[in-house]
Write a protein that binds this ligand. Structure first.
Ligand code: URA
Length: 217
């Protein structure tokens, strides 16, 4: 059994103490990290079994001074190969959604809850989300966007700390304690590829983002 499969197996058996305790939100926030380079270096040291299974860490990409930060779930196969977020099929749809409200990748910043691809694209576990959430919050505080867009249920539930599904949580502006940005959730582009009839709802969410941006600029 290779080390990736072994880690997955131990994890399924509930053996979660085989890797480091997660660094607390306060510890990451208080760390000396102030730049994206420093954050990347800190994340590269995180001891997660996901690392054993992935090819590349997928950190984040885009305009470091963007007003809008898009937060996805985790890299897929293509993202893992290229080390960049949203470069596969769902990324192509995301580009079209951004273009529809006059944005492109040079105007936004994109990152994910998990920086390493879960094997077989499985849904991230709550332990994995808890491990990386402090780094996500630090990432957001370094970029300091005015608007955070959660793409899909995993990013939304993690950031808002809610258990409701995306259908209930999407399309509403929310505040997250300690974060100056306004947060809105919408459907994940991969879900929209599977359920195109929901694109109408996503469009309504993107129109809200457009008008919020117009009031900032
Ligand atoms: N899905 C995500 O949530 N993030 C990516 O980077 C790619 C697909």
């Amino acid at each position: 059994m290779n080390s990736c499969r072994l880690m997955e197996w131990l994890s399924e058996m509930g053996e979660t103490d085989i890797w480091d305790e997660p660094m607390s939100i306060q510890a990451v926030q208080k760390s000396n990290v102030v730049t994206l380079q420093e954050l990347r270096a800190l994340m590269e040291q995180v001891d997660s079994p996901l690392k054993q299974c992935a090819t590349n860490m997928v950190f984040g990409v885009g305009n470091e001074h963007a007003n809008v930060l898009l937060l996805g779930e985790a890299p897929g196969a293509e993202e893992d190969k290229q080390g960049l977020p949203f470069v596969g099929q769902s990324g192509q749809l995301l580009d079209k959604m951004l273009a529809a409200i006059g944005l492109d990748r040079s105007m936004v910043y994109i990152t994910n809850i998990l920086p390493w691809r879960p094997p077989g694209n499985r849904t991230p576990t709550s332990e994995e989300i808890a491990l990386f959430l402090p780094y996500v919050l630090k990432h957001i505080s370094i970029i300091s966007p005015k608007i955070v867009v959660c793409l899909g249920g995993t990013a939304t539930k993690a950031l808002l700390q809610k258990n409701d599904g995306i259908v209930r949580l999407r399309g509403r502006w929310t505040k997250v304690e300690g974060m100056s940005a306004r947060v809105i959730a919408t459907f994940h582009p991969a879900y929209l590829l599977r359920s195109p009839s929901q694109k109408r709802e996503a469009w309504i969410d993107f129109l809200q983002i457009k008008s919020a941006l117009a009031s900032i600029n």
